[in-house]
Design a protein. Structure first.
Length: 404
């Protein structure tokens, strides 16, 4: 099949040769063919040497690359065989890193897996696909067929949840729905032996925050016998891990009543008989604004406080305001940690890098008047890989702090 071609200006091809998956519009010298948003396009240097294949979009990021010539040796055709081979390889990596007692994980993580603009999360046999580019969304039927070829009878359904993540005008015409099969929600999954009920239709993101799996497991190491606050709890992931580990008391707080209901469902799913002598410590889920709760609840301090807020900034223009928000939140959180307690704090704002987040937490500790030391630097798990050539993919950062 013949695809349109674009040629980069002299000296503008080095980023592509270094495997950066984005071609910016200012780097383009000329086009061949009629290009429309979402089209497959081949990228060449000024002299006509093939460099890569990707999806075109008329914007600042003009091409999102999914195949490099240095790897393939030449142009590719993104047909069913191509996507099947690619997903087979990616799945083999996941099989090497996912535990046997976990059946929910990220199968495809955008640029980190050479699939720029594509997220696929697996939930116990159900694939939830989320396209962030028109090109990847146009590939959804081929990708669905490739998933069926790779997983066989293990695949129960494929659900497309892209309407919220696509460019506005195109996304307005898209309806979320099943591309293959169908299964009731909420759908039970296991993560490190813990059960969670997933609703990809009405839940946030694809239904669950898979990127906190390793950090939830780390919390469990510190939780036995402790009093824990899980702020911005959403579906109660950290709460369930803390209770399983033997926390004496866990409070889950979220402004959303729906999140509180989901947290309670997940606690009951893991501990159905609260009268059993092996039942966990006391759990209470509270619908309240987290800052209001931190400032006004007057109970004793917590041994462990978890602060896992949604992204405070999604653009550079909002970064300063986000940093001030993180500072205020963490200062209040530190005030609620008992002497000798621990703070788990996170940011998933991509525009707030690791150094800026660290410095913000330093400022919060100064404001709170607490002496702290860093126990762990946290990030996203191995099924959310970051390409060495695309550090922008490392969005999740966190700190575990010992509070004197």
């Amino acid at each position: 099949m013949t695809y349109s071609k674009l040629y980069l200006q002299a000296g503008r091809d080095e980023a592509v040769r270094r495997f950066h998956p984005w071609v910016f519009s200012r780097a383009i010298g000329r086009y061949e063919g009629n290009l429309a948003d979402g089209d497959v396009v081949e990228v060449y240097d000024r002299k006509g040497q093939y460099l890569a294949t990707g999806h075109y979009h008329d914007g600042s990021i003009a091409v999102r690359i999914f195949s490099f010539g240095a790897t393939t040796g030449g142009p590719v055709t993104p047909d069913l065989a191509y996507w099947t081979d690619k997903l087979t390889h990616i799945r083999s990596i996941r099989q090497a890193i996912i535990n046997d007692d976990t059946n929910c994980y990220r199968l495809v993580h955008g640029e980190g897996d050479g699939c720029t603009g594509l997220i696929i999360d697996m939930y116990n046999g159900v694939a939830v696909l989320q396209a962030h580019s028109i090109g990847m969304h146009r590939e959804r039927q081929l990708i669905t067929e490739a998933l069926r070829a790779v997983f066989g009878d293990e695949l129960k359904a494929v659900y497309d949840k892209s309407a919220e993540t696509l460019p506005d005008e195109y996304g307005a015409s898209v309806t979320n729905g099943y591309l293959f099969g169908r299964t009731p929600v909420p759908h039970p999954v296991q993560e490190n032996g813990n059960m969670f009920l997933i609703d990809w239709i009405t839940g946030q993101k694809t239904g669950f925050f898979l990127d906190q799996r390793d950090n939830r497991a780390l919390l469990a190491r510190y939780a036995p016998g402790k009093r824990v606050l899980n702020a911005f709890c959403y579906s109660g992931g950290f709460s369930v891990y803390a209770l399983q580990a033997g926390a004496s008391e866990v409070h889950s707080v979220d402004v959303s009543q729906k999140a509180i209901d989901l947290t309670n469902q997940n606690v009951v799913a893991n501990f159905p008989d609260q009268t059993d002598r092996n039942a966990p410590g006391q759990h209470e889920a509270i619908a309240d604004d987290v800052m209001h709760y931190l400032k006004h609840q007057d109970s004793q301090p917590y041994d462990i406080v978890v602060l896992d807020p949604p992204a405070f900034a999604k653009s550079l223009s909002a970064r300063h305001r986000a940093v001030q928000g993180y500072k205020r939140l963490n200062a209040e959180g530190l005030r609620r940690v008992a002497k000798g307690g621990i703070l788990f704090t996170f940011s998933c704002s991509q525009v707030v890098d690791r150094e800026l987040f660290y410095n913000t937490i330093v400022a919060a500790a100064i404001e709170a008047g607490r002496q702290v030391r860093v126990l762990h630097h946290l990030s996203q798990p191995a099924d959310h890989p970051v390409s060495l050539f695309h550090p922008e993919g490392g969005y999740l950062k966190g700190l575990v702090l010992w509070v004197e």
